[in-house]
Ligand binder design. Structure first.
Ligand SMILES: [Zn+2]
Length: 232
């Protein structure tokens, strides 16, 4: 964890979500080529939540683009570029991020269009805005995750706890060695419980993005299951 919140890529501002994804010069250079010049004033002035809502509901790009797809891919690409630069330094270089983002977007639009039969999508389409929800008053929410890096045969887990106002309380990261990603997901939940006990949190919610892990925790698991040691 860094000693300061200043963006190490530009040293120009605290590295919050909007700076990382939009305002950092490294990101802005990409957006200036993707966003229509007539929409720059909206795009670069919106507050965080508005920025996400506007971009997912209207076209700020050039005509012929599925802007919500381009926008999502660009955010993901910029986030990956940022991580690659910070964690791998000068070893990572991209020829042209804008072309890469547009290619990524057209590649993901094609399979989406395959689900359209006779002009209408299979099943009803529902627009849903997904965001983090605060826990109820008096409760603490842990968001946890587990990862595996195949090339290093390493797994790790981490999590952070926030209160009912969304304030950061504590966090953890653990290097776990070789194993499955499911194992790492389960370790993230177990670690959250241990951190909660040490911190004296009595009412705790643990949120994971791994449905399999959540089901394993909620259902009774047989002793034969490879993850039974953690689950017990
Ligand atoms: Zn920056």
């Amino acid at each position: 964890m860094a000693a300061t919140d200043i963006c190490t890529r530009c040293n120009g501002a605290p590295e919050d979500l909007l700076h990382t994804l939009r305002d950092c010069p490294k990101a802005k250079g990409i957006w200036l080529k993707l966003v229509h010049p007539g929409k720059w004033h909206i795009f670069f002035s919106a507050s965080r939540l508005n920025w996400l809502t506007i971009n997912l509901s209207s076209n700020l790009g050039f005509s012929g683009n599925d802007w919500d797809v381009v926008f999502a891919n660009a955010c993901w690409f910029i986030w990956r570029m940022r991580n690659a630069e910070i964690f791998y330094g000068s070893r990572v270089s991209y020829d042209d991020p804008v072309i890469a983002i547009l290619k990524l977007s057209s590649d993901s639009i094609r399979p989406m269009n395959k689900s359209i039969v006779g002009g209408s999508r299979i099943g009803p389409s529902v627009n849903r805005f997904i965001c983090w929800n605060k826990p109820e008053k008096g409760w603490v929410k842990f968001n946890v995750d587990g990862v595996r890096k195949d090339s290093l045969s390493l797994t790790a887990c981490g999590g952070l706890a926030r209160d009912s106002e969304g304030r950061f309380l504590t966090g953890f990261v653990h290097k776990l060695g070789d194993g499955t990603v499911l194992n790492a997901e389960l370790w993230s939940m177990l670690s959250a419980l241990e951190v909660a006990r040490c911190a004296g949190f009595k009412k705790v919610v643990i949120e994971s993005d791994c449905l399999t892990a959540v089901k394993l925790v909620n259902d009774s698991v047989q002793a034969m299951h490879p993850c039974s040691t953690i689950l017990s």
